[in-house]
Design a protein. Structure first.
Length: 506
């Protein structure tokens, strides 16, 4: 396997002379991209593709040069420029696919116990390594292993310096086509635009009322932004989350990761969404909040006699502070079609890591009414929508980088993450079946490793399913499958409550 151990202390200059490197325009890495090369922030994105047919590696190799490799980041080295104080730049190079595509020989005896466990262990072994810096920092592992939900598995591994997770998944989807119409790229559900008070043309309200609403909206925006920025600065200095059983320990970023996932019905999530007039993200956050509360109640109750748990009588500690760090790319998304055109027609598409932080609090408590989890989650995310937190935290990080250098900036970012508990994302996926170079997709599960958190949760939809992906440090969370089951059970509680109360019909 073309990989090296992750614990190397620093970057070494990469030799770029010779035939392998083309004379091309060199571009410096963005500050955020450089951040992901620091030893305490060496993050890799994992994209697990369950496929409905066995993989033909030769077909993959034939198609990649005409799609993914046309993206400059996937055909460029990341080179240290010693003449500019160790700054890094992108340098185009010729790609040898044989060094990026890995087709392991699988011993059939290893599959007798559980093919799913074999794939989990394979990915966990990957998480103990890092990508080789002497070539473009990505690889693709093709496993012709039949699991419980797929005939074969493809595993993309991409260094986070190449792009943020959302952009990388979008690029991967842009390489795929609808199985019903091979000329069409996947269609992703768009966010419905809500009426904007500030940008209203005058039809939203009339006269004085409209002006008052504008002023009120602006005042809330300023106040919430100030509060969030102060919380960000306090977290960078001293404000820590409660030391719960799921909070990472020092050095967690260097530990192996187990990536597990469970699949729930997207239709069930839409049932709850429509009944409560919410979004899918609101429901996903509600599921997460409920699942974490149930799981932590169990962990705190270990060794105690189980007498049942209610809102007023449970094992949870009071006033638990548990926050998720959300890394938001502030560069506007160009969309799948634009990325597909970039590869098909050599057009340009904006790309890069412009990352700001959002700190999202979770209320950890048991609720007698399961729908309270969703209502609380919606209130939290609605509050965050009225803030420019991500923009200002990005600016603070940029200022820290310019004034104090990459080491200090990395230390601040690391402190933010270690003082919070987890990371969360929820991504919309294709609404129809798609294929990866002729291989129909059964599911898509994005994850990552190398982050200081002991828990990262990614929700990814595909057709009528939502995959909930957990990346965990097993020394902290030894039973990730149980946590995944708690999320699944939480959604069932929501659905049953909605149906029983006649809020909508199945």
């Amino acid at each position: 396997m073309e990989s090296i151990r992750r614990r190397k202390p620093s970057l070494k200059p990469i030799e770029t002379k010779g035939k392998a490197t083309e004379a091309a325009e060199e571009e410096p890495l963005s500050p955020s991209a450089r951040l992901f090369h620091e030893p305490n922030f060496n993050v890799h994105v994992i994209g697990i593709m369950g496929l409905k047919s066995r993989i033909n590696p030769q077909v993959i190799k034939e198609h990649l040069p005409h799609t993914l490799l046309k993206h400059p980041r996937f055909s460029s080295l990341q080179v240290v420029d010693e003449k500019k104080n160790g700054e890094m730049k992108w340098v185009r190079t010729k790609v040898d696919l044989d060094k990026h595509i890995v087709v392991p020989q699988v011993d059939e005896q290893n599959l007798q116990e559980s093919p799913d466990k074999f794939v989990e262990n394979y990915i966990q072994n990957l998480s103990t390594t890092t990508l080789d810096k002497s070539k473009p920092m990505w690889d693709l592992h093709l496993l012709n292993v039949k699991t419980s939900d797929a005939e074969a598995v493809g595993i993309f591994r991409i260094h986070h310096s190449i792009g943020d997770g959302t952009s990388l998944i979008s690029l991967l989807l842009a390489c795929m086509r609808q199985t019903a119409d091979p000329d069409k790229v996947p269609t992703i559900p768009g966010n419905k635009k809500r009426p904007s008070i500030i940008n209203s043309s005058g039809h939203f309200t009339k006269g004085l009322q409209r002006n008052v609403m504008k002023i009120w909206y602006f005042m809330k925006l300023v106040w919430y932004t100030m509060v969030d920025v102060l919380m960000f600065m306090a977290t960078a200095m001293f404000l820590k989350d409660t030391n719960t059983p799921i909070k990472g320990r020092p050095g967690s970023e260097f530990n192996p990761r187990r990536i597990v996932y469970g699949t729930v019905s997207l239709d069930d999530m839409k049932l709850v969404k429509n009944a409560l007039n919410m979004t899918i993200t609101d429901v996903a956050l509600g599921v997460t909040q409920a699942g974490l509360s149930i799981y932590l109640n169990r962990r705190y109750g270990e060794g105690k006699k189980d007498k049942g748990a209610t809102e007023k009588n449970n094992n949870l500690h009071k006033n638990i502070r548990l926050r998720s760090t959300i890394l938001m790319n502030l560069r506007p998304s160009v969309g799948i079609q634009a990325l597909a055109d970039m590869m098909d027609k050599d057009t340009e598409a904006k790309w890069g890591n412009w990352v700001g932080f959002v700190l999202l609090p979770f209320k950890i408590a048991l609720r007698d009414d399961p729908l309270d989890y969703v209502r609380e989650a919606k209130a939290t995310i609605d509050r965050k929508k009225n803030s420019l937190e991500a923009i200002y935290t990005f600016s603070i990080s940029e200022i820290a980088l310019k004034l104090f250098g990459i080491k200090t900036s990395s230390s601040i970012s690391h402190k933010i993450i270690t003082n919070t508990t987890m990371c969360f994302s929820c991504l919309p996926g294709p609404q129809e079946e798609i294929g990866f170079y002729g291989h129909p997709l059964a599911n898509l599960a994005p994850g990552s490793y190398g982050q200081p958190h002991a828990l990262m949760i990614n929700c990814q939809s595909y057709i009528n399913k939502m995959t909930i992906v957990l990346s965990v440090d097993e020394s902290v969370i030894p039973d990730p499958h149980q946590l995944a089951d708690d999320f699944e059970q939480s959604l069932k509680l929501f659905k049953d409550a909605v149906v029983e109360r006649g809020l909508c019909h199945e």
